[in-house]
Design a protein around this ligand. Structure first.
Ligand SMILES: Nc1ncnc2c1ncn2[C@@H]1O[C@H](COP(=O)(O)OP(=O)(O)OP(=O)(O)O)[C@@H](O)[C@H]1O
Ligand SMILES: [Mg+2]
Length: 329
């Protein structure tokens, strides 16, 4: 709808599943250190318009810290974030204009109606009209509750009012930190349906964090798994909640891991997930058609291939393995 084409970082956009468009949010080696402790370490990923990306990790993984850096609540120690093509470090005001976010609980005046709360916000925000209020409240299913006082809203309704408020200024990216926390199963389901509708109808990118894998699989087009502030895996999910079958996860045993990894990175559509010198293995995500040109590129670069295996483990198996199991609800 209000998308603008800006050409940037097409390569990191590799592997986007359904709804892949232009990257609207790009993290580039984002790092946060506080007093000698590294909370987030060299994190890079992108969110495209029309896409819901889940930031998944156990408690303390660095999800909130990452989101606080994206929206400029805390400074990055290293790296940069681009929002709608603008750098958070170099063009903060321009970048931040493209973001709608709920970081902690959305704050409202409890004795004012939903409508009056949004009107209050409208007065403080340039370019927001009453028509837009009607549009976003319909999008989150609150059109019939607008005259009710917010103190009479359920938690789910309050969350949705928060989302409506975050959408008022037509951001390119919506960021929600654990939006389903405290919601009952019906509320979680509603939230999921509304977020999908928003991504589609507003044509924006959505980043949601959660520590619940099952929930992320149902809600997201892609899941970015982090633990102890580091990127562990990126997975595409099909609309029915299963992993994207067109995307293969492969392990390749090669003669030179460092050189091999460089060849993987040079391929536009191949996503390098990990490399391990000890076993001589490179793990990547790609499509079947990418394999022949990749093998050619490796061979041309002087990298020999011992074997290529498909990793059949489900996202859950893999997530458990990476996070040591048990630490995830
Ligand atoms: N201001 C701070 N100073 C020092 N350490 C911090 C600070 N803020 C967060 N941390 C630490 O950073 C790590 C990541 O915290 P963060 O809140 O980002 O995790 P999270 O993934 O959002 O976890 P949760 O699922 O519990 O919300 C934790 O170990 C936390 O204790
Ligand atoms: Mg958190």
């Amino acid at each position: 709808m209000n998308e603008r084409n800006h050409q940037s970082a097409g390569k990191r956009n590799a592997g986007a599943g359904a709804g892949s468009g232009q990257p609207v949010l790009e993290l580039d080696l984002v790092t946060k250190r506080i007093g000698g402790k590294t909370l987030v370490s060299g994190l890079s990923f992108a969110v495209n318009n029309g896409e819901i990306v889940g930031l998944l990790g156990p408690n303390g993984a660095g999800k909130t810290t990452t989101i606080r850096m994206i929206v400029g609540l805390i400074a990055m120690s290293e790296g940069d974030v681009r929002i709608g093509g603008s750098s958070v470090n170099a063009q903060f005001e321009k970048a931040i204009r493209h973001i709608g976010a709920i970081i902690e609980n959305p704050e409202f005046y409890p004795y004012l109606s939903g409508m009056d709360n949004l009107k209050q916000f409208m007065r403080m925000t340039e370019g927001v009209t009453e028509a837009r209020i009607r549009e976003v409240t319909a999008l989150v299913g609150l059109q019939d509750a607008l005259d009710k006082k917010v103190k009479a809203y359920s938690l789910g309704m309050r969350q949705r009012l928060g989302i409506a408020q975050a959408l008022l200024h037509k951001p390119k990216v919506l960021i929600l930190d654990e939006p389903t926390n405290g919601l009952d199963p019906a509320g979680i389901r509603e939230m999921r349906d509304y977020l999908k509708l928003i991504a589609e109808q507003e044509g924006i990118g959505i980043l949601v964090s959660s520590h619940l894998l099952a929930e992320m699989e149902l809600m997201c087009n892609r899941v970015v798994v982090i633990q102890e502030g580091k990127l562990i895996a990126v997975r595409s999910i099909k609309p029915d909640g299963t992993e994207d079958s067109k995307q293969l996860s492969i392990s390749m045993e090669v003669t030179d891991v460092a050189l091999g990894a460089r060849a993987f990175e040079a391929m536009g559509n191949v996503e390098l997930i990990g490399k391990d010198d000890a076993s001589g293995k490179i793990v990547a995500k790609l499509q079947r058609e990418d394999i022949p040109p990749l093998v050619k590129l490796l061979t041309d670069s002087g990298v020999g291939i011992y074997r290529i295996e498909e990793n059949k483990a489900s996202l859950e198996d893999e997530f458990m393995a990476w996070t040591g199991g048990g630490r995830i609800a």
